[in-house]
Design a protein. Structure first.
Ligand SMILES: [Zn+2]
Length: 524
């Protein structure tokens, strides 16, 4: 058994409130983390917020509050959103934390001492919108910034640079020899291409341009730019220290997976990894980049006005817990590709999978158990692990583990739905109601048993996506609330009374059902 699993998300820039793009990544991370907790004892899930930089400095100034006050305000919105989505992280780091700032300065100093950071005066084309110097070859034909369609200013600055180019070939070699390092694999080729003409990067700003940042040690003129500040959070959070790293750090690093959006893969797979090389630290096992979530097939943007907060969806559909939204988001895109959110697709998907497929299966099987056997399992109903349905359940378990190992989160959800489909089909083909009519009670009871035992497997399979529904299924099966995969042994439901009529209720209501509008009658 694997000893530990350390996963991180990108840290969100707190210049605004969280939207479902931020939520998508946290849900993926939480689903992975909950799945790993079913198998691995020591799982550590880190998320956080990125709180420095010129944009925050400017927005706070415009609001006449201090940058820290502004960060505090927005930080609590992120914290609240993750609570509502039941994101169970172990730690949420803020880059304004004192401990983080202290270690970032240490790291900067160490790289300087290594000779990997040097001071360099240069003249370049600076776009204030991008907050960065642009490469002349990237400008439009008219010499404008391609993103802001604005003429960049020619400015001369002296900054600190990180000698990234020194590690270029070492990193190319590493990527080529570690096929699981960049997931999905098609991104690895893009990164190798970008590495071919990579240059050293500027890792500081003059104080006259950015004040809201960590100071460069022993230099009154410069502040540390985002690369060393934000990226280092993955190690400062768990107690990295140049002199004496904590036991926690030694236990957790390197990360097993760092989950990020496809827009920042370059910073993680090139900038971050070469900083780690310079520090002499091992690289993360996997950098997993996910795609983006579009809204009704268009890119989410403030100017279009289609930015949705996760709470909007939960409120709009009057959901009593976030399971349906979590499930939809985690299934929205195949590995590394973009996904889409629309109210209709959401409603159709969760109605089909959670209400019709899984929910109804449990409901009608429990009702048959009550109708024919007064809610009681008899010993002659219990099948062994060699029954065809037990073999199918075990096979599904293997598929799910394999898919999670490859970060195929939507694909793993499909395996659960496929299994539920097969079990539904099994019930239809074996028609327990017909068997009861023919007074073949043992056979009838066996079909019901196999179905309920399959539902127990489904509860554990779906737990990472839908923790509340999973708990509810186990409760209705009269089973203890334990989601460890070690519990997945066929035959755990024992003989005896499982349920009675009053205890059976839908685990998920169709979003368009009349009951969905009147949830209170289903709340215990
Ligand atoms: Zn620009």
């Amino acid at each position: 058994m694997q000893e530990k699993f350390y996963l991180t998300t990108a840290i969100d820039y707190v210049n605004g409130a969280p939207h479902i793009g931020h939520a998508y990544e946290k849900i993926l991370a939480d689903v992975i983390s909950r799945h790993k907790r079913q198998i691995v004892d020591n799982v550590y899930f880190l998320t956080g917020t990125d709180e420095h930089g010129i944009k925050i400095q400017k927005t706070a100034a415009a609001k006449h509050i201090s940058p820290k006050e502004f960060c505090d305000e927005n930080f609590s919105k992120f914290e609240q959103a993750w609570k509502e989505l039941e994101i169970e992280y172990n730690q949420i780091i803020r880059t304004t934390d004192e401990q983080h700032k202290k270690i970032v300065k240490q790291i900067f100093k160490k790289l300087l001492e290594n000779g990997d950071i040097y001071k360099h005066k240069y003249t370049g084309l600076y776009c204030s919108g991008c907050e960065s110097f642009l490469n002349p070859k990237d400008l439009t034909q008219d010499g404008l910034c391609p993103d802001h369609l604005k003429k960049p200013d020619e400015i001369t600055e002296e900054n600190y640079f990180f000698r990234l180019s020194k590690y270029k070939y070492k990193l190319i070699d590493y990527i080529k020899t570690h096929p699981n390092f960049i997931v999905p694999a098609f991104r690895a080729n893009e990164i190798i291409k970008q590495l071919e003409d990579i240059e050293d990067i500027s890792v500081s700003r003059t104080k006259s341009s950015v004040q809201w940042a960590i100071d460069v040690p022993d230099d009154d003129e410069q502040t540390i730019y985002v690369w060393i500040d934000a990226l280092s959070n993955y190690i400062t959070a768990i107690g990295y220290d140049i002199n004496e790293p904590s036991e926690k750090f030694k236990k957790l690093w390197p990360a097993n997976v760092q989950i990020i959006g496809k827009d920042i893969i370059k910073f993680h797979s090139i900038y971050w990894t070469t900083i780690l090389m310079s520090l002499g630290l091992p690289l993360p096992e996997t950098i997993f980049s996910h795609g983006w979530i579009t809204i009704d097939e268009s890119k989410m943007s403030k100017s279009i006005g289609n930015v949705i907060a996760p709470k909007d969806v939960i409120d709009n559909f009057n959901l009593e817990h976030p399971d349906a939204f979590r499930y939809y988001m985690a299934s929205a895109a195949t590995l590394g590709k973009d996904g889409n959110y629309s109210d209709n697709e959401f409603k159709e998907k969760v109605n089909a999978d959670l209400a019709n497929n899984i929910g109804n299966l449990l409901n009608r099987t429990l009702n048959m158990l009550v109708k024919y056997f007064e809610g009681e399992i008899k010993s002659e109903f219990i099948s062994d692990k060699n029954s065809s349905i037990a073999i199918l359940a075990e096979d599904t378990k293997k598929q799910i583990i394999e898919k999670f190992n490859k970060y195929e989160i939507a694909e793993a959800a499909n395996s659960i739905v496929d299994f539920a489909d097969r079990v539904n089909k099994y019930v239809t083909e074996n028609a327990p109601w017909q068997l009861a009519k023919e007074e073949k009670y043992t056979q009838c009871g066996q079909v019901i048993y196999n179905t309920l035992e399959s539902m127990r497997y489904i509860a554990l399979f779906i737990y990472p996506y839908c923790p509340n529904i999973a708990k509810d299924i186990l409760k209705q099966l009269n089973q203890e609330e334990d989601f460890k995969y070690s519990k997945l042994q066929w035959g755990a439901i024992k003989e005896g009374k499982i349920t009675e009529k009053e205890k059976i209720k839908p685990v998920f209501l169709r979003l368009d059902s009349e009951f969905a509008l009147d949830k209170k009658r289903y709340i215990n």
